[in-house]
Ligand binder design. Structure first.
Ligand SMILES: Cc1cc2nc3c(=O)[nH]c(=O)nc-3n(C[C@H](O)[C@H](O)[C@H](O)COP(=O)(O)O)c2cc1C
Length: 214
């Protein structure tokens, strides 16, 4: 669904390697989104003070996390911006810990949905308009290297009630900046960023599938 208001895109750069592959991929995607008319914001996740979930279950009461750290400024953006880009490399066959800590802190969203049986994004129009993009790079030379992380990323977007998602992932990309030597990679990220804002019209079959979700 096309969103009638302004489109904001939150880009989460989760690698500890500033200027590394996923960071560059994110810059390109944000460029694409901005070029398509979005207001963009890039967040350096490793630079934030984000503590791991303590499994205290306090969020079971009202869907809110009681830990007072930088997640408190991220939650409203994660749940309100129209576009969310997760840029996170593969470490030890899954998402880098910096991304995983953030995702674990969406336990309050899980509580909201499954304990309190409420939406994490109350506005239906907003829910339908929200779109997500996962950008990743992995050093191993095997296309299935992203498989374990795909499940975690699906969970991440699910907690944010973002059902329209895309991914741009490159394997066999290891050295810092190696992504710049992969023909077309950053252009693909730029195009994916633009598509967040201006998605192509769904085909008849896609439209049918989308309707079955609501
Ligand atoms: C601690 C650590 C663990 C890694 N584990 C894997 C792995 O299990 N599989 C893989 O394909 N690459 C692995 N890599 C390589 C990174 O995925 C690769 O270098 C990637 O390009 C890093 O992206 P970045 O520049 O955005 O940080 C690992 C790198 C580090 C530092």
């Amino acid at each position: 669904m096309k969103w009638s208001g302004g489109f904001r895109v939150l880009g989460l750069s989760c690698s500890p390697r500033a200027g590394g592959n996923t960071d560059l991929m994110l810059d390109s995607a944000l460029e694409g989104a901005a070029g398509a008319g979005a207001r963009t914001e890039k967040v350096d996740v490793p630079g934030l003070d984000i503590h791991p979930c303590q499994a205290c279950n306090a969020c079971f009461k009202d869907g809110r996390c009681i830990q007072q750290d930088d997640m408190q400024t991220l939650y409203p953006k994660l749940l309100d911006y129209e576009g969310v880009i997760l840029a996170a490399p593969i470490f030890s066959m899954n998402l880098a810990a910096q991304a995983k800590i953030l995702i674990d802190r969406l336990q309050c969203c899980w509580s909201k949905k499954f304990v309190l049986k409420e939406h994490t994004v109350p506005d239906e129009e907003k829910r339908k308009a929200r779109r997500g993009l996962w950008l990743s790079a992995a050093g191993f030379d095997r296309p299935d290297v992203f498989e374990p992380a795909i499940v975690t990323v699906r969970y991440f977007f699910g907690m944010l009630e973002i059902s329209t998602r895309e991914r741009v992932t490159y394997y066999n990309v290891d050295e810092k900046g190696a992504i710049t030597k992969v023909p077309g990679a950053l252009e693909e990220c730029r195009a994916a960023g633009a598509r967040l804002v201006n998605p192509p019209e769904p085909t008849g079959e896609e439209q049918e599938w989308l309707s079955s979700l609501s």
